[in-house]
Design a protein around this ligand. Structure first.
Ligand code: 1GP
Length: 248
């Protein structure tokens, strides 16, 4: 079953070859800032807004951030939950994800079982995704109890991605870790993309147009940037990244 937000993403990928999604971390931002980021990102041509962080957030603040963004932009809001507390009623969809290289069954299937009835009750569109932590892995790797896949072991990334696809996941996400010094290398992206048929998402440490173009040229269908919104000249950098991947 493919819902309307997933169709929207797939259509955009088909039309534009590769797309950008802006990640907003509710832990780091006020509602006013979140609205501004969403508005500017939208103006720069981002395709959707993802909302989620790796550690702790008060649920009422998450709800307020989602609501604030919803009132500001019309592009879809997709939750990117790190736990059951990452679910919020006013979003359009949720990455219904399993951390494929976690050693903790909670992050593989436990939290999904706990969250599924709430996702249904709130009528959030679940978009099935296999999440794989590579490289340094960052906070997401620690919190999710992952065994991050080293960048020099692309065959392991391939095995995880294939397993996700064969289990029926609609998207595969290679996560280098938010703020990581080295984003996922093109060789790893290329290796994974060469074996999977579902869209590939890549994020973590993408800070400029050159890195973004390298990721999409290697086969990323979606790139996600988060931290960049906190940098100086954030709007300009975002526009350069988005224009860069559109015109590559
Ligand atoms: C989403 O973790 C990324 O996959 C976001 O990373 O904050 O480094 O852009 P940055």
């Amino acid at each position: 079953m493919v819902g309307s937000i997933e169709k929207y993403l797939l259509n955009k990928i088909e039309l534009e070859t590769s797309i950008h999604i802006t990640l907003v971390d509710p832990e780091k931002i006020t509602c006013e800032q979140a609205s501004k980021v969403a508005e500017n990102s939208c103006r720069s041509g981002t395709t959707a807004i993802m909302i989620g962080g790796s550690t702790f957030v008060a649920q009422d603040h998450l709800d307020s951030v989602v609501n604030a963004i919803k009132q500001t932009v019309e592009i879809p809001i997709i939750l990117f939950p790190n736990n059951i507390t990452g679910i919020s009623p006013k979003a359009d969809a949720i990455w219904f994800m399993s951390l494929l290289n976690s050693v903790d069954p909670y992050f593989l299937m436990g939290v999904q079982i706990l969250g599924a009835p709430l996702v249904r009750k709130l009528q959030l569109e679940p978009i099935s995704m296999g999440y794989i932590i590579v490289g340094e892995g960052g906070t997401a790797g620690i919190v999710g109890k992952a065994l991050p896949i080293p960048y020099n072991k692309p065959e392991l990334a391939i095995a995880h991605a294939l397993a996700g696809q064969y289990l029926g996941m609609h998207f595969i996400y290679l996560e280098g870790g938010s703020g990581t010094k080295s984003p996922v290398p093109p060789e790893v992206i290329r290796a994974v993309k060469s074996v999977i048929d579902v869209p590939l998402i890549v994020g973590g440490g993408i800070r400029d147009k050159t890195q973004a173009i390298a990721a999409v040229s290697a086969g990323a269908d979606i790139i996600v940037t988060g931290n960049i919104i906190e940098s100086i000249n954030a709007d300009q950098k975002m526009s350069e990244i988005i224009n860069g991947i559109k015109n590559k």
